[in-house]
Design a protein around this ligand. Structure first.
Ligand SMILES: [Fe+2]
Length: 444
C-alpha cells in the first residue's frame, strides 16, 4: 500500500508518491536549459535525443497502466512505437539509431503525454486500494522510478555529447581537496560476501542474492586514476604501443583513432579537456579522476603501470568491509545514505568529477576515497547473473548478461537515492561516453 510503503531517501523517509513527484520533476529540471531544437537531435547512434528520454520514461509507466489499471486506454499507438526502447514483449519499435530522424511526436506533445501519465499514476498511488494487485503495481512503480533515475544519468551523458559546454548547466563550484590520497590499501582476502542482503530498501534483481566468494589478498588504489596519471600514459606513447592493449582494444585505438579519453582535445600540442564548464588544460584538472575512458583504455593503463583492474568482488569488499568490526557495511563510511559532504552525486550539481581528496568523510576503513560517486569504476568482472539469480522483471537486466563488463560506485551524474555499493552497472568494453573511470588493483 502506498500509504505504508516508506523508502529511505537521504536522511528522510518519503512515501512512494512523494518520491514519484520528486523523480519526475528532476527529469524536467535536467532538460530545462535546453532549447526546443536540442530535444530532437541524435549526435551519435549510442545516444538518444532528450525528447526521447522524457517520453520513454513515461512510456515505462504506461506499460504498468496498460497491464494493471482496469479499462486503461492507450494514449497513442504512435507513442508506443516511438518511445519503446528495446522491449520485445511490448511490441514493435523504432530502431535506436533512428530516434533522431523524427520530429514527431513534438516536444510539446511529449510533455502533454508525460503529464497525462503523471495524473494516471498519481491517482493510483493516492488510492491503491482500488487495484486488485496493489503490491505488484507499487513495486513496478518503484522500478519505474529507478528506471527514470537511470535515464536521468543517461540524459547527462547525452546532453554532454549533444552540447557539452554550450549547455547552460546550473553548476556549483567544485570542492577543494582536503589532503593527498596516495598509495594502495592492502586488503586481506578470504571467503567474503558479495551482493545485496539488506531487505529494507530497493535493489535491482542483478544485485541479488548475496552469496559468498573467495578472494585472494590484494591491494587497491586509495584514489581513482587521475587525469594527471593518465596524461603520463598518453605522453609515454601509451596509445601508440600495442603491448599495453588487448587485441580488441588495439583494434579500437586504430579504428577509432583514439589518442586520449573522450572529450580530450589537442590544442597547440597541449591536451585540453572539454566539460560542461568549458575547455580546460588537462594539467589544470590533473588531480581529478580521469573520466570517459573505455574498459580497453583502463586496462591498457593498468598494464602500463604494472597493475590490473579489480574484480567486482574485490571492489565491493574493499568499499564496504570494516576489518576492525568484521562487518560488511552498506557504504564505505558505514550505513547511512550518501550525503553531499561525503559523495559527489548528481544533486551536488558539480556536473563534473571533483578533485581527489575532496571527500575525506567518504573514506572506507582502508583509507580509499571517492569509491562512491565521481566516476563509475571499471572492474574486470563480466556482467553475468549471480548464483541463485531470479529475474524480477522480463527484459530489464537479465537479457544483458553477455559481453559486457561491470562498473561500480556511481558517478557525479547519479542521483543520490540511486547509489548503492552493490549496484552493478554494465557497459561494453569499447564504450566511453558515460562517466567511466577506474582505480587499479594488484596481487599481494
Ligand atoms: Fe529505459
Amino acid at each position: 500500500m502506498a500509504s505504508t510503503i516508506r523508502e529511505l531517501s537521504g536522511q528522510d523517509t518519503v512515501s512512494i508518491a512523494d518520491l514519484y513527484t520528486d523523480v519526475r520533476a528532476r527529469t524536467m529540471q535536467i532538460v530545462a536549459p535546453l532549447e526546443i531544437e536540442d530535444y530532437v537531435i541524435q549526435t551519435a547512434e549510442f545516444m538518444s535525443p532528450p525528447r526521447w528520454h522524457i517520453g520513454h520514461t513515461s512510456w515505462f509507466f504506461e506499460t504498468v497502466l496498460q497491464q494493471h489499471k482496469p479499462g486503461y486506454r492507450v494514449y497513442s499507438d504512435d507513442f508506443l512505437f516511438y518511445f519503446n526502447s528495446y522491449y520485445e514483449g511490448f511490441g514493435v519499435r523504432i530502431e535506436r539509431p533512428k530516434r533522431g530522424t523524427k520530429s514527431r511526436p513534438t516536444v510539446k506533445e511529449t510533455i502533454a503525454y508525460r503529464n497525462h501519465i503523471d495524473e494516471q499514476i498519481l491517482t493510483i498511488l493516492h488510492s491503491p486500494d482500488s487495484l486488485r494487485d496493489a503490491e505488484t503495481v507499487l513495486s513496478l512503480v518503484r522500478l519505474g522510478l529507478e528506471h527514470e533515475m537511470q535515464h536521468q544519468e543517461l540524459l547527462v551523458y547525452d546532453i554532454k555529447h549533444l552540447l557539452c559546454d554550450q549547455f547552460a548547466a546550473p553548476i556549483n563550484p567544485l570542492p577543494k581537496p582536503q589532503g593527498k590520497v596516495e598509495g594502495m590499501a592492502e586488503i586481506e582476502g578470504g571467503l567474503i560476501w558479495l551482493g545485496y542482503d539488506n531487505q529494507g530498501s530497493f535493489a535491482f534483481d542483478n544485485e541479488k542474492p548475496a552469496h559468498q566468494v573467495f578472494i585472494q589478498d590484494f591491494a587497491i588504489d586509495k584514489a581513482s586514476v587521475s587525469n594527471g596519471d593518465f596524461l603520463e600514459f598518453i605522453n609515454d606513447g601509451g596509445y601508440q604501443n600495442f603491448r599495453w592493449w588487448f587485441s580488441e582494444g588495439w583494434e579500437a585505438v586504430n579504428h577509432e583513432q583514439w589518442r586520449a579519453p573522450l572529450y580530450w582535445e589537442l590544442h597547440d600540442d597541449e591536451w585540453m579537456i572539454r566539460d560542461f564548464s568549458g575547455l580546460h588544460p588537462a594539467t589544470n584538472k590533473k588531480d581529478e579522476p580521469v573520466c570517459h575512458v573505455s574498459y580497453f583504455e583502463a586496462s591498457a593503463f593498468a598494464k602500463w603501470v604494472g597493475k590490473r583492474l579489480p574484480t567486482e568482488a574485490e571492489w565491493e569488499h574493499a568499499a564496504c568491509y570494516d576489518p576492525a568490526r568484521k562487518v560488511k557495511q552498506a557504504f564505505p563510511w558505514r550505513d547511512t545514505a550518501p550525503n553531499s559532504g561525503n559523495t559527489n552525486f548528481f544533486e551536488n550539481s558539480y556536473w563534473s568529477t571533483a578533485p581527489i581528496g575532496a571527500f575525506p568523510a567518504g573514506a572506507n576503513a582502508y583509507g580509499c576515497q571517492q569509491m562512491i560517486g565521481d566516476v563509475w569504476e571499471w572492474t574486470t568482472s563480466d556482467y553475468v547473473p549471480y548464483p541463485g539469480f531470479k529475474s524480477e522483471f522480463d527484459e530489464y537486466n537479465d537479457k544483458w548478461f553477455v559481453n559486457q563488463k561491470v562498473l561500480r560506485g556511481g558517478s557525479f551524474a547519479t542521483p543520490q537515492v540511486h547509489i548503492r555499493a552493490t549496484y552493478r552497472n554494465f557497459f561494453h568494453a569499447h564504450e566511453r561516453w558515460m562517466t567511466s573511470g577506474f582505480r587499479c588493483a594488484k596481487d599481494l
